[in-house]
Design a protein around this ligand. Structure first.
Ligand code: BGC
Length: 555
């Protein structure tokens, strides 16, 4: 089977035919597929994924039925942090291809009806970026240092860091230069933080955004969108354990009110069109309400919902986070996003218990996620039910977060298995930059494509139904009563059309759900017992219902 030449099967929305049209609000319910470029597909056989590899697999993404892809950074970079350390925001790293490859990729995606979101990294550059090199050369009082956050140290001879901030990757967030000054890096020492008070920085990123918009990008995923502005005076955090505050508590280096001015400026830029280009915030804030500030009407279009991603496989907890998520984005008029995995966290098959249990729960979670109102993200390989790889030999690990995060993030970044019986399973002719587990033979795209029972088939069907059924995507959600350990809700679109009933059993016992309408899809086989559907443990199902049918699911 040659998947690279498989034609896209699902009909594309009429308004999108190669160039983004205005007024579609496509982003309100788009399914966006995250491509981790190093690990998606390798066209030139060097063991590392590249843009030509992505291009060759676009027909797969179109046939899968997603609306857009977000590609992690592919710019020129020393790759200390997988490309999130950029030296030139207007170029493509030779490992990943050329600028011409990027343009061809965007054009080809548009021809197939797929939008392309690129990743922009504005909080920090690489230490090899020309600005940082100039800053180093400029000496202690050189103006080139003002584009970054340089400070004298504390202590009698400046031997102590300027404050107590810690890097997200562990250790102090400051590094001292031989000339005595310290510079701030909230991530690796090779990722110095930019000073967003400096006009050059603002002007540069406006220009970088325009550059990619001119090349046809449909939007930006904004890395560390909560980090660019720091509290005035760079105050100490104090005694609190900073690693535990991240994403949960208040720290003077994240989620400062000043970042919103930057996002407002970018929204104005995105609004210039043509078409609807979007900004997606990768932001962490102490509460969902603060997170919703990033998607106020004059700011970005979406923000990742990491609270949902961090929730255990438990009906009550899931219901609570879903309600809170909808309640926080609703008032600002933004769509809620639903994320189960990405390149920074352990894959959810493993988080949910691993092996068959984890995969079974992940399949049910997919149907839950794709039934919720708003936009959903799919991290490459989740449609294959890939688990985290937990036994990568230590000498092959590359992640700079290795010290602060047990095992690091490499285990979710193993090259995607496409076909064949031997590693790297069609990823490329030159092996893979991380080894693939031999047992992934049964998880390749090829092995799953025509298998009725596979996770890939489940995703394809779910995505097709989501596109065709008017109650899915944007719209309302109504909770219904259900048995313990179950989520039961109904979706209605904006019209009087059919509704959709979703039931999810997160418990370890079968439950009975009064069935209504016609079964659309279930994550495991389900059987009827009289008028009731029997939902086995860790199973989700979708039914299409008519508005007149009674919402009676008491159990
Ligand atoms: C990205 C990470 C990266 C970090 C620093 C994160 O938000 O998703 O992969 O290490 O930003 O750029």
């Amino acid at each position: 089977m040659d998947l690279s030449s498989r034609p896209p099967s699902p009909a594309r929305p009429a308004e999108f035919s190669g160039s983004p049209a205005a007024g579609t609000r496509w982003w309100r319910d788009a399914v966006i597929y995250q491509v981790y470029v190093r690990s998606f597909a390798d066209a030139d056989g060097d063991g590392v994924g590249d843009l030509a590899g992505i291009r060759s697999r676009l027909p797969y993404l179109a046939a899968l039925g997603v609306d857009a892809l977000w590609i992690t950074p592919f710019y020129e970079s020393p790759m200390v942090d997988g490309g999130y350390d950029v030296t030139d925001y207007r170029s493509v790293d030779p490992t990943f291809g050329t600028l011409a490859d990027a343009v061809e990729l965007i054009e080809e995606a548009h021809r197939l009806g797929l939008r392309v979101i690129v990743d922009i990294v504005p909080n920090h550059t690489s230490d090899q970026h020309v600005w940082f090199q100039e800053a180093l050369a400029a000496g202690v009082s050189g103006p080139a240092r003002e584009r970054y956050v340089f400070r004298p140290g504390r202590g009698a001879s400046g031997e102590l860091p300027p404050n107590d901030w810690e890097s997200v990757f562990g250790g102090p967030a400051w590094t001292r230069l031989p000339d005595g000054q310290w510079y701030l890096h909230l991530f690796a020492p090779q990722q110095p933080d930019l000073n967003w008070e400096h006009p050059d920085v603002r002007a540069e990123f406006d220009d970088v955004l325009r550059f990619w918009l001119d090349l046809g990008a449909d939007g930006f995923r904004i890395d560390v969108a909560h980090g660019m502005v720091k509290a005035a005076g760079l105050p100490d955090v104090g005694d609190a354990p900073q690693s535990r505050l991240l994403g949960r508590g208040k720290v003077p280096y994240f989620d400062q009110d000043g970042v919103h001015d930057i996002h407002r400026g970018w929204r104005r830029l995105l609004a210039l069109g043509p078409g609807e280009r979007i900004g997606v915030a990768e932001a962490w804030a102490p509460s969902l309400d603060r997170l919703a500030n990033y998607v106020r009407p004059d700011e970005l279009h979406q923000v990742f919902n990491f609270d949902y991603m961090r929730t255990d496989w438990d009906a009550a907890e899931l219901r609570s986070v879903i309600e809170k998520s909808l309640a926080s984005t609703g008032p600002v008029g933004a769509p809620t996003t639903w994320v189960l995995s990405n390149h920074d966290v352990q894959r959810h098959v493993t988080r949910y218990g691993g092996d068959e249990l984890g995969r079974r729960r992940a399949r049910a979670a997919a149907l839950l996620t794709l039934a919720l109102p708003g936009s959903a993200y799919v991290y490459q390989g989740e449609e294959l039910g890939l688990p985290e790889v937990l036994d990568i030999p230590a000498e092959l690990l590359t992640d700079p977060q290795l010290e602060s995060l047990k095992g690091g993030r490499d285990g979710c970044r193993v090259p995607l298995p496409w076909s064949g019986n031997e590693p790297p399973f069609g990823f490329g002719s030159g092996g893979g930059w991380l080894p693939s587990p031999p047992e992934w033979k049964s998880l390749t795209v090829e092995a799953q494509w025509d298998d009725e029972a596979s996770t890939l088939t489940l995703y394809r069907r779910a995505l097709r139904i989501r596109r065709d059924h008017s109650a899915l995507g944007d719209g309302e959600l109504h909770w219904l009563d259900g048995p313990p350990d179950c989520l039961v809700f109904e979706r209605s679109g904006h019209s009087d059309g059919p509704r959709m009933l979703c039931a999810v059993n997160t418990g370890d016992r079968s439950v009975q759900i009064p069935a209504r309408g016609s079964l659309l899809l279930s994550s495991e086989p389900i059987r009827m017992e009289g008028p009731n559907a029997v939902l086995p443990p860790d199973t989700a199902a979708w039914w299409s219902t008519e508005p007149s049918e009674e919402p009676d699911t008491g159990g």
